[in-house]
Ligand binder design. Structure first.
Ligand SMILES: [Zn+2]
Length: 230
């Protein structure tokens, strides 16, 4: 099978994103750069727990023509392609509906990044205005918000997109964005509780802080993605 190792890597990455609670069922998708011409994309409407390497779509980045894979590519293919075309240094783009950062996307404000997360995220997380899932409008809105050195984006009322030079860096950005979002929401809730406006929010904050994941990262994703068979 052509591009087999890249497709296997996409499957492993999706399983890891599911294990960490960022992908759920068929929700979430990603694009991995294979070489100067090709990318691997998660298939549309496929449960990641059952996905096989042969289900992964391999496309030409230039025109998104499919060159391998048994299933159609994700509906968000043009969203990821926008990122990989605009930023040649990006090797992996991940879109999730991860719970805490997606809640921040509902608040409708960009986030300032604390110094400890700037290496992976950059110094702020822009807010991309709402557009329907899978639409060219959403891809255009993200494209307009893209900046060099900013690797995380909130998509209003929808979810997030993170990217990085390889899959390990993109996964780290997903992790760091969730931690940043958790801290941001906890601060907003604490302000409300201190002001005596909504004391019941203390329980929400306790649940939020308890949801921080203690899992150690899977070391398999500390390595760069494998090179493709061409
Ligand atoms: Zn989505």
């Amino acid at each position: 099978m052509p591009f087999e190792s890249a497709c296997e890597h996409v499957v492993a990455l999706c399983l890891e994103l599911s294990r960490r609670g960022y992908f759920a069922g068929t929700g979430g998708n990603l694009m991995l750069r294979i070489d100067a011409e090709h990318v691997a994309v998660t298939p549309s409407a496929t449960d990641y727990a059952e996905m096989r390497p042969a289900d992964v779509a391999v496309l030409r980045l230039r025109d998104l023509a499919r060159v391998a894979g048994e299933r159609p590519a994700s509906v968000e293919t043009s969203l990821h392609a926008r990122v990989l075309r605009a930023r040649p240094e990006v090797g992996c783009s991940i879109h999730t509906h991860q719970p805490v950062a997606s809640a921040c996307a509902l608040l409708g404000r960009p986030l300032t990044v604390a110094p400890r997360w700037r290496a992976s995220l950059g110094d702020c997380v822009p807010l991309v205005g709402y557009a329907p899932s899978g639409s060219a409008w959403l891809a255009a809105r993200l494209g307009a918000a893209l900046r060099p050195h900013l690797n995380a984006y909130l998509m209003r009322n929808h979810g997030i997109l993170c990217c990085g030079p390889d899959s390990a860096a993109a996964l780290q950005a997903v992790d760091d964005l969730e931690a940043l979002a958790r801290e941001h929401l906890a601060e907003r809730i604490a302000e409300q509780v201190r002001a005596g406006r909504q004391p019941q929010l203390q329980r929400v904050m306790d649940a939020l802080l308890a949801s921080a994941q203690p899992d150690t990262p899977d070391q398999a994703f500390a390595a760069p993605p494998p090179q493709a068979h061409v």
